[in-house]
Design a protein around this ligand. Structure first.
Ligand code: PMV
Length: 360
């Protein structure tokens, strides 16, 4: 089993003065949800996600050697403007990963970042943002030690991204990604995500995800707070066991291509995630009235059309509408005619499964 120590520095040559690396890294949407964690961003249960394609963050990391003052030094430029809102999160991230990237205090960094999806769309940018930054940092490590293998590069990028935001570790590669130890998934780890290692039925190739932007406001409860509320949650144990069983069930779905079973598991996971929020103490609700209207409209349309359209949710009010590529035309027509009316300012994003981050 891979241990944390595997990711301690491989540093060989640290005479580099300056440089810039750029990566674009996608968002991802979990099918079996990660909700609840132990110390050091270790998940309570394994999760599995589709990597997205269009929703991504593009980050350039400039670095210049600075005097040895034993401090982190960086500026953040978000969508062309200097922005200090992200600084505390990045400072925490640097502290967590310093042991694994000892060059962090040797440079002043300029982090220039932008998203392909609108700011304050309610789409979490932490997965794409933290993974893009982790990859830029790995590019510096690779320059210092050109011998590291592509496999190590990706694993350590995922390992570092996890320490920034748990679900970010699932954004390095695509198209189907597992994070967290699972007894039936070889090579799965709590420390980093891996590509789903078994064959997947063609029904799931190019699966579609249309993201309906129901509420673009700031979430009232952050996912950090939500994860913490799973400590001493009355249903925690049952939930973690159920997630593990759902992973096993999805494994057979991916083999057989059973779309109905896929829908049952994925929708139940989404509603269970929100049920955990509603039964935490303090309790909270992130869905909005239009979230429920969309869910009901999807159920009615599915019954009447026999199409395999379904939904999932992340920790917010937006709805991810999932459907197979073969049913794309009819599902898009339904979405435009009946669901877009529930979106804030009619905004939605058509996305599809993607294959992971890319250097620019
Ligand atoms: O990565 P975090 O700490 O923002 O948690 C994400 C949690 C969910 O999006 C709700 C579920 C998941 O597995 O992505």
């Amino acid at each position: 089993m891979t241990k944390e120590a595997t990711f301690l520095s491989t540093l060989q040559n640290n005479n580099i003065q300056s440089g810039t690396y750029t990566w674009s890294s996608p968002s991802n949407i979990a099918l079996v949800k990660y909700w609840g964690k132990k110390e050091n961003q270790i998940p309570e249960n394994a999760s599995i996600s589709f990597t997205l394609d269009a929703c991504k963050t593009i980050t350039s990391l400039g670095f210049n050697r600075k005097e040895d003052d034993n401090q982190f030094s960086f500026d953040v430029i978000f969508e062309g403007k200097k922005n200090s809102d992200f600084k505390p999160k990045i400072e925490t991230f640097f502290k967590r990963i310093e042991a694994y990237l000892p060059f962090l205090k040797d440079y002043h960094f300029t982090i220039e970042t932008q998203n392909t999806f609108p700011h304050s769309s309610g789409i979490a940018s932490s997965a794409s943002g933290m993974s893009a930054l982790a990859l830029c940092l790995m590019s510096i490590e690779k320059q210092m030690n050109p011998d590291i293998t592509p496999e190590y590069f990706n694993q350590k990028a995922s390992f570092l991204a996890r320490l920034g935001s748990g679900s970010a570790c699932r954004s390095i590669e695509g198209d189907l990604i597992v994070w967290g130890n699972h007894e039936h998934i070889e090579g799965s780890s709590n420390l980093f995500a891996i590509k789903y290692p078994y064959a997947v039925h063609d029904n799931f190739k190019n699966y579609q995800d249309t993201i309906l932007l129901v509420d673009k406001g700031e979430k009232q409860v952050s996912s950090t707070v939500g994860h913490n509320l799973m400590h001493n949650h009355p249903f925690a144990k049952q939930r973690f066991d159920q997630a593990s069983e759902n992973m096993t069930k999805l494994m057979s779905v991916f083999k057989t291509g059973d779309l109905q079973e896929f829908i049952d598991i994925v929708e139940s996971e989404a509603l269970t995630l929100h049920a955990m929020m509603m039964t935490s103490m303090p309790y909270f609700i992130l869905m909005k009235p239009n979230t429920l209207k969309i869910i009901n409209a999807i159920w009615a349309f599915r019954k009447q059309s026999s199409l395999h359209i379904s939904f999932t949710l992340d920790a917010g009010a937006n709805v991810h509408v999932l459907y197979p590529e073969a049913e794309k035309a009819k599902c898009i027509e339904f979405i435009k005619n009946e669901l877009v009316a529930y979106c804030q300012n009619g905004h939605y994003i058509c996305d599809t499964i993607g294959f992971g981050a890319k250097p620019n």
